[in-house]
Design a protein around this ligand. Structure first.
Ligand SMILES: Nc1ncnc2c1ncn2[C@@H]1O[C@H](COP(=O)(O)OP(=O)(O)OP(=O)(O)O)[C@@H](O)[C@H]1O
Ligand SMILES: [Mg+2]
Length: 344
C-alpha cells in the first residue's frame, strides 16, 4: 500500500522557483495497479521519484505499508527502500554484467549468501521468461528482454511495491503489450502494488485499476478507471480519453459545420458513451419520441475495467425544437452529448 500525503516539490532554476508538484495526495491500496498520466513536464517522474525519496519532497509524507519514509534515518531508509522496486524507460542495466549477474546485484548488496542468490535468480529468470538467456549480456538483448531483466532485478528483494517510470515508452506496440501482460501477471501472482506513470492512455486502459491525471504539478482527477473513462470531469482527462479512442469528426463534416440552424439542417452531435446499454435503445427510440432521425457518422467503443466507453458522432435530422428536446433528454437521462453544429 502506498499513501502519498500532500507532497509538494519546488526546484530552483536560475534564481527562479519552479513548483513541480503542488499538494499531491494519492492512496494506492494493496494489489492495485495505479496509473498516473500527464503530458511531458507535468511532474510524473518527480512524483514517482518522491515515492522512494530519490527526490525528497519539500513537504508532505510518503507511507509504504504504513511506514512514513520521510521520517526515517538514512540507514533505515536504505532498508525500507528494499520493499520498493523500480523500473525505468531506458532499463538502466549494468552493461558489464550478464543477465543473471544484473538480477543478482541487489541481492549481493543486501549480503545474501551465494547459494540463496543463485536460487532466487533462477526463480526470477523463470518468472520473467528469460531462463535461457541468463548468461547473455544486455547489449545482446532486445528492448523487451532488457525490460524483463530490469523487472526481475526490481523484484529480487521481494518488494511489496513496484514503481514504473514510462517502462514501455521505449518499446514497440507488440513488446509493450507483452511487458504489460507480464506486469499484470506479476501483480496477480505476488499481490504486488504497482504505481506506473505514462503519457499513453493505452497503457492505462490495458492494465490499470485506477488512474490519476496530473497537470502542471497538480492532481486534477483520479479514481477507478471505469469512473474516469466513462465520466471524465476535466477537459484534460477527456482529451486523453479521446486521443486513446483515435476518433474525431471526419473532415468532410468539420468543413461544413454551421453554428446556426436553418430549416432542413441536421445537427451533428458528439455523444460520450458511458457504460449503459440503454444508449442504443434510446437512440433507436428518438424517432418515436421526438420525431428525430438518427444516423451514426462514426463511432469508437472500447472496454476498460469492466465497462464500455466510447464516442459516437451522430447526425440528427429534425425540427430545431425536436433536436433541442432530444439533446436535453439525453443529457438528463444518459450521458454527455455535445452539439457541434449543423449541416445541410
Ligand atoms: N532536478 C530538477 N531541477 C529543475 N527542474 C526540474 C528537475 N526535475 C524536474 N524538473 C522540472 O519539473 C517539471 C516536471 O518534470 P518531470 O520530469 O517530473 O515531468 P514528467 O511529467 O515526468 O515529464 P516527461 O513525460 O517528459 O518525462 C519539468 O518542468 C522539469 O523541467
Ligand atoms: Mg518523466
Amino acid at each position: 500500500m502506498i499513501e502519498i500525503k500532500h507532497i509538494s516539490k519546488t526546484f530552483q532554476v536560475k534564481e527562479q522557483e519552479f513548483k513541480a508538484l503542488d499538494d499531491v495526495s494519492l492512496h494506492i491500496p494493496l494489489g492495485h495497479i495505479y496509473g498516473v498520466i500527464g503530458v511531458s513536464g507535468a511532474g510524473k517522474s518527480t512524483l514517482i521519484r518522491c515515492v522512494n525519496l530519490l527526490e525528497r519532497p519539500d513537504t508532505g509524507h510518503v507511507m509504504i505499508d504504513g511506514v512514513d519514509l520521510t521520517q526515517l534515518s538514512n540507514a533505515k531508509l536504505v532498508e525500507e527502500r528494499r520493499k520498493i522496486g523500480m523500473i525505468f524507460q531506458h532499463f538502466n542495466l549494468l552493461s558489464s554484467r550478464t543477465v543473471a549477474q544484473n538480477i543478482a546485484f541487489p541481492l549481493e548488496l543486501g549480503g545474501i549468501p551465494k547459494a540463496e542468490i543463485q536460487q532466487r535468480v533462477t526463480e526470477l529468470l523463470a518468472l520473467v521468461g528469460l531462463s535461457d538467456r541468463s548468461d547473455a549480456y544486455p547489449a545482446n538483448l532486445s528492448g523487451g528482454q532488457k525490460q524483463r531483466v530490469a523487472i526481475a532485478r526490481a523484484l529480487a528483494n521481494k518488494p511489496s511495491v513496484l514503481l514504473c517510470d514510462e517502462a514501455t515508452s521505449a518499446l514497440d506496440p507488440g513488446t509493450t503489450k507483452s511487458i504489460l501482460t507480464l506486469l499484470k501477471d506479476i501483480n496477480e501472482k505476488l499481490n504486488l502494488t504497482i504505481l506506473l506513470i505514462t503519457h499513453e492512455m493505452e497503457v492505462i486502459k490495458s492494465i490499470c485499476t485506477d488512474v490519476a491525471v496530473i497537470h502542471q504539478g497538480r492532481l486534477i482527477e483520479n479514481g477507478p478507471v471505469e469512473a474516469i473513462f466513462t465520466a471524465p470531469k476535466t477537459a484534460i482527462a477527456r482529451g486523453f480519453i479521446e486521443s486513446s479512442l483515435n476518433i474525431e469528426l471526419p473532415l468532410a463534416y468539420q468543413s461544413r459545420l454551421q453554428a446556426q440552424y436553418t430549416s432542413g439542417d441536421s445537427a451533428v452531435m458528439q455523444l460520450f458513451l458511458a457504460d449503459d446499454a440503454h444508449h442504443f435503445t434510446f437512440i433507436s427510440s428518438l424517432k418515436e419520441q421526438f420525431q428525430v432521425d438518427v444516423d451514426i457518422i462514426s463511432a469508437q467503443v472500447d472496454y476498460v475495467g469492466k465497462v464500455n466507453f466510447g464516442i459516437l458522432y451522430l447526425l440528427l435530422k429534425g425540427e430545431k425544437d425536436a433536436l433541442d428536446k432530444a439533446q436535453a433528454f439525453f443529457t438528463q437521462n444518459y450521458s454527455k452529448i455535445d452539439l457541434l453544429g449543423y449541416v445541410r
